[in-house]
Ligand binder design. Structure first.
Ligand code: NCD
Length: 360
């Protein structure tokens, strides 16, 4: 026997209707007892939640500095099990979630592709996820399809064993937990200059297909007087849905392809990679778009407090010589992913008050 069987397509009554609803009408469906249950979209997070989560992440980070603190954290959730279902490549999101689970004492199972699961026999993704739910208490999923995490959460929430779903990246659409760590990084970078409120942020690169900048843009709704500078080649401009969202909330944004003109103006520069894996038409594969790279010489143009971020992996967007500048935040940013994801998991299971009480 070789080759795989075509995947079974199942029809779920009511799914299309739900999927096409306005996002604000869907939010309650992913809550339980007034608290966040599934994490699917960045729009689910409001300001009090963001501030609370950043505080929990800070506490976890502090506790993790000592053996005794680590032991306390590990005793919070040893009775829980998580499944990491990552059928799209990942290094940071996978490892930071896995280690966030270890920090809190959860046991972890993983599937990193469809080739070794019953999906080879044609099992639908929905049945596959339902099977995970039979064994574990939390599912963290990364999938190439937009809407995948949403659909599985929607399916599971109608069963007698709903377990929380955390979206670890849904195609070119959203990456809500990346947005959490990005906000945490911005807030930490600006902790002595009033936090994220009032800041100017440039997002640079492939804004059309980069899910991180999409999710991060949504989260700007929670901050006062923030303005965004979208810097991209014309073919990779930010999509209209995000621009419409920003307009509706009076969040100013500017679009340009002149990166150097924006550099001295902003408080943060969020670099991104060209998402070649989503190429659908003829594009110049060899082009790395050097006008949208951050080079060593640019360090003298940006403000002394300007923070340089990147969700990583990088290609040529940031020269390695930039890495040792104190304003380069991307290595700290990836580590922040572990702290904020641990905070999120602690919150989902309702044990965060035990962390906070350590410091009261
Ligand atoms: C990002 C992703 O997967 O969207 N990476 C990540 O999660 N840290 C960004 C990217 O792949 O460009």
């Amino acid at each position: 026997m070789n080759g795989s069987v075509e995947q079974t397509r199942q029809t779920y009554q009511g799914w299309d209707e739900f999927y096409n609803k306005d996002i604000d009408e869907k939010l309650d469906f992913f809550k339980l007892n007034g608290r966040l249950f599934d994490v699917i979209f960045a729009q689910q997070f409001d300001r009090p939640f963001m501030d609370y989560l950043c505080k929990i992440a800070d506490m976890i980070r502090l506790l993790a500095q000592t053996k005794m603190g680590q032991e306390k954290l590990r005793h919070l959730l040893p009775h829980k099990r998580a499944m990491l279902y990552f059928v799209q490549p990942s290094t940071r999101t996978f490892l930071s979630f896995q280690n966030a689970c270890y920090i809190l004492g959860l046991s972890v199972s993983e599937s990193r592709g469809t080739s070794t699961s019953s999906e080879v026999k044609g099992e639908s993704s929905e049945d596959t996820i339902r099977t995970f739910a039979s064994y574990v208490d939390l599912i963290i999923a990364r999938h190439p399809e937009a809407g995948f995490a949403e659909k599985t959460a929607w399916v599971l929430n109608q069963t007698d064993r709903p377990v929380p779903i955390l979206n670890g990246g849904s195609g070119p659409d959203q990456h809500p937990t990346q947005a959490l760590l990005d906000i945490y990084t911005l807030e930490r970078s600006f902790q002595h200059i009033g936090g994220l409120d009032g800041k100017k942020i440039a997002m640079v690169g492939d804004l059309k297909r980069g899910r991180t900048v999409r999710s991060l843009s949504y989260l700007m709704k929670n901050y006062n007087d923030v303005s965004l500078y979208f810097v991209s080649p014309d073919i990779f401009r930010m999509k209209d849905d995000i621009k419409k969202f920003l307009k509706k909330r009076d969040i100013p944004y500017y679009e340009t392809d002149d990166f150097e003109s924006v550099m001295p103006l902003v408080d943060a520069i969020y670099m991104t990679r060209i998402q070649k894996e989503y190429s659908d038409g003829p594009s110049n594969e060899a082009d790395t778009y050097p006008e949208f790279h951050f080079k060593k010489e640019h360090l003298s143009i940006i403000q002394p407090h300007c923070t340089i971020m990147h969700p990583l992996p990088r290609r040529y967007e940031i020269e390695v010589e930039v890495d040792n500048d104190p304003r380069a935040a991307y290595w700290q940013q990836e580590r922040n992913g572990m702290w904020i994801r641990a905070a999120l998991i602690a919150y989902i299971f309702g044990v965060e008050s035990e962390i906070l009480s350590e410091f009261s």
